[in-house]
Design a protein around this ligand. Structure first.
Ligand code: F6R
Length: 242
């Protein structure tokens, strides 16, 4: 595991975007695993800057997002489809057909989950997976519990997760109760994993995830087993990792 603690968000965003750009320089048709939430927003902004400067192209890349709410219309302002389009996709040269997000409105969710894993596999697997971390240790929407699921699956969001995400909605009642998430096995098969964390409210869970025991009650702790785990935090989120 490589842990990098940055003194500013700016540096963190630049380093993370630089790593993604470097991946695309080495392999133009790289498969990128993407996350939503507030943590990667600045990284996507830097990627857009790099693209506009002509320093990186996504025209042969493929992307797979980690998750999507179930039952939220695709064009809802808080769907992850809208998030990715407004934050990244509409500003870069990634062909629309190469951008994948689970379909949270699929008629048969089970079939959508199987289809999603098959598409990742057919694309050759994820070359680099960006992850944020929930306060309860979730990655994607793999919530803590007695067991964890390997494949893409339907998940009931924990109250804590809905509360954390209520800041993006008018009220907590508007936050969907379910999501489709890529499973832990799919995440762990990524060739490289880039775990990002920002802010003092993430310090304790980052310590538990990376220095504590491997425990399904903290799904991110399984990342300790990944041979190519890169961690980038700001000084607050990384406070207990030094
Ligand atoms: C988002 C995702 C989630 C978030 C996590 C942290 O696609 O998979 O696991 O990464 O909830 O969210 P933020 O970054 O908003 O603190």
């Amino acid at each position: 595991m490589n842990v990098h603690i940055f003194s500013s968000n700016e540096e963190l965003n630049e380093a993370a975007a630089g790593l993604l750009a470097a991946t695309l320089h080495t392999k133009a048709n790289a498969v990128l695993g993407l996350a939503t939430g507030s943590t990667p927003v600045g990284v996507y902004e830097k990627l857009v800057e790099l693209y506009k400067k002509g320093s990186v192209s996504f025209k042969s890349a493929k992307t797979f997002n980690l998750d999507e709410y179930v039952g939220l219309p695709r064009d809802h302002s808080e769907s992850y489809y809208t998030f990715m389009n407004t934050r990244l996709f509409q500003h870069i040269d990634l062909p629309a057909e190469n951008a994948h997000i689970p379909n949270g409105n699929a008629e048969i969710v089970q079939e959508e989950c199987v289809r999603y894993d098959q598409m990742i596999e057919q694309a050759g697997g994820i070359d680099i997976q960006i992850l944020g971390i929930g306060h309860n240790g979730h990655i994607g929407f793999n919530e803590p519990g007695p067991t964890l699921q390997s494949a893409t699956h339907l998940v009931d969001l924990h109250e804590e997760t809905r509360k954390a995400n209520a800041r993006f909605f008018d009220s907590i009642d508007d936050v969907p109760v379910q999501a489709i998430t890529v499973g832990l096995g799919t995440i762990m098969k990524s060739k490289t994993i880039l775990l990002l964390a920002k802010g003092s409210d993430k310090a304790e869970i980052m310590h538990r995830a990376l220095r504590g025991p491997i425990d399904p009650q903290c799904p991110a702790s399984f990342l300790q087993l990944h041979p190519q785990l890169i961690v980038m935090t700001d000084s607050e989120a990384g406070r207990l990792l030094k």
